[in-house]
Write a protein that binds this ligand. Structure first.
Ligand code: NDP
Ligand SMILES: N[C@@H](CC=O)C(=O)O
Length: 435
């Protein structure tokens, strides 16, 4: 059997919010993943605490309550740790790395305290330790910092890195909703940690700040070194006061290089802060996160997306898993041409688009019926019509719903031939809407 087709054995530790989604994607997207990696991923087992719980989407024979035995199986090449916490996750990851298995983890609490020890084990045993999902859920920020910006000097990384608290603060700002009720909802939606104190007291954000600072500034920073304040003291009154200053309140994580009396230091801090309403972070709501990175040569980069929840986090886990698997198959090279799927590229005619058409007309009332008839003939519905100017300067503006670009452009061609349309003066496509 060629090396590139040998199956890669995967062990998933934990089947909670994130683990369930990882198992689902591994199962549903097996063929796509195989094509991207160059070898199939085979799920060897899933470790859980409680074997009696009902689990959807997994063969019961794959379940075990002995994660160490699973990690140590000879047919396991990659371990995905999604248990959370330090114990037993640290020992399991060390056992995997020492056994020559690459590890993917979403565990920020662990990475914020033990990344030095774990990274050393990965280095010593020449395997990968990836943790993109540990910071800001689905948002790729670890890989840009470790790889894309490896040739630059990062001076500041700052933003919103906890989905649960951002969800709570957004709801408080918008509807004045009660703190407890919103926190319970964050738990139900799979955003909150197993112990949500980690979220609301800022421990989770502090762990993420420690990870970001360590990578950005090539210095080990642990969670206990991060200045931390949570959101439990924030009330509706604070939001009222913030509004009077045209601000809102966000839990921020800030990591930067600072100069203290001529000495270069790192500041890593987490606290709720006033943010002006016209600042980009003020519009980051719900479980969304955003991270701004400032580097000497690249300037400012913004990363934005879903920061919590099973499926978004699983996306980051799967990205790491594909990278680790590819490294096994292609020894760090790739993606290779043979992993490309070869999908055909659609012509613009086939693409559903929306049109904005502005035309000079002789008589608005008379022409409207004919114009809308031309769109209707090709199955295009009109979203809005506006009349502008009058007499010689009368213009009709039509905005359509989505239809094939071919139908839209054919309609414009037909309008151009109509006697009552003096001139089609402007045709633009409308993007940024879903209708
Ligand atoms: N939820 C999110 O949005 C995000 C989570 N993360 C991180 O991902 C990790 C997982 O989070 P999440 O899925 O939400 O957590 P959950 O609490 O939902 O799931 C934890 C899973 O681990 C299992 N487990 C825990 N301890 C053991 C043990 N000793 N032996 C065997 N199984 C065990 C649990 O088993 P059982 O089901 O039997 O209880 C459960 O299936 C955490 O590190 C978290 O910080 C990172 C980014 C986002
Ligand atoms: N509890 C965390 C989950 C993702 O890291 C959060 O709310 O951000």
């Amino acid at each position: 059997m060629k090396e590139s087709s040998r199956p890669i054995g995967v062990a998933v530790l934990g089947m909670g919010n994130v683990g369930t989604e990882v198992v689902r994607i591994l199962t549903e997207k097996a063929a796509d993943l195989q094509a991207r990696i160059g070898a199939p991923l085979e799920l060897r087992g899933v470790a859980v605490r409680d074997l009696s719980k009902e689990r959807k989407g997994v063969d019961r024979a794959l379940l075990t309550d002995d994660p160490m035995a699973l990690v140590q199986r000879d047919d396991v090449d990659l371990v995905v740790e999604l248990l959370g916490g330090i114990k037993p996750a640290r020992k399991l990851i060390l056992a995997a790395l020492e056994g020559g298995k690459s590890v993917v983890t979403a565990n920020k609490a662990l990475m914020a305290e033990h990344s030095g020890e774990l990274s050393k084990a990965a280095e010593d045993h020449r395997v990968d330790l990836y943790f993109e999902a540990a910071v800001a859920g689905a948002i790729p920020v670890i890989r840009p910092l470790t790889q894309s910006l490896a040739g630059d000097s990062v001076n500041r990384v700052a933003g919103i890195v906890n989905g649960t608290t951002n969800f709570i603060l957004s709801e408080m700002a918008e509807s004045g909703a009660g703190y407890g009720k919103v926190l319970a909802e964050a738990g139900r939606l799979g955003y909150a940690e197993a112990d949500p104190t980690a979220d609301v007291e800022g421990y989770d954000a502090a762990s993420k700040a420690a990870i970001l600072a360590s990578i950005a500034f090539h210095s080990r920073v642990t969670a206990s070194e991060v200045h931390r304040e949570g959101i439990t003291g924030i009330s509706a009154k604070d939001f009222d006061a913030a509004k009077k200053f045209d601000c809102t309140i966000k839990l921020l994580a800030i990591c930067e290089r600072i100069d203290v009396d001529g000495e270069q230091k790192i500041s890593a801090r987490v606290y709720p802060a006033l943010v002006p309403l016209d600042h980009p972070l003020a519009t980051v709501n719900g479980a969304f996160n955003a991270v701004a990175v400032e580097a000497e040569n690249a300037g400012r980069l913004m990363f934005y997306g879903q920061g919590a929840g099973g499926a978004p986090t699983a996306s980051a886990v799967l990205g790491d898993l594909v990278m680790a698997a590819r490294n096994r198959v292609f020894h760090g090279r790739g993606p290779l041409e043979s992993t490309y799927a070869g999908l055909p590229v659609a012509s613009i005619d086939e693409v559903p688009t929306r049109y904005y058409v502005s035309m000079k007309v002789a008589d608005v009332a008379g022409v409207l019926h004919q114009v809308s008839g031309e769109f209707a003939k090709r199955g295009i519905s009109i979203a809005a019509v506006r009349q502008e100017g009058a007499g010689d300067d009368a213009r009709l503006i039509v905005v359509t719903h989505r239809a094939s670009d071919r139908a839209q452009s054919d309609t414009v061609a037909a309008l151009e031939k109509m006697d009552s349309v003096l001139k089609v003066s402007s045709v633009l496509r409308l993007e940024g809407t879903n209708d």
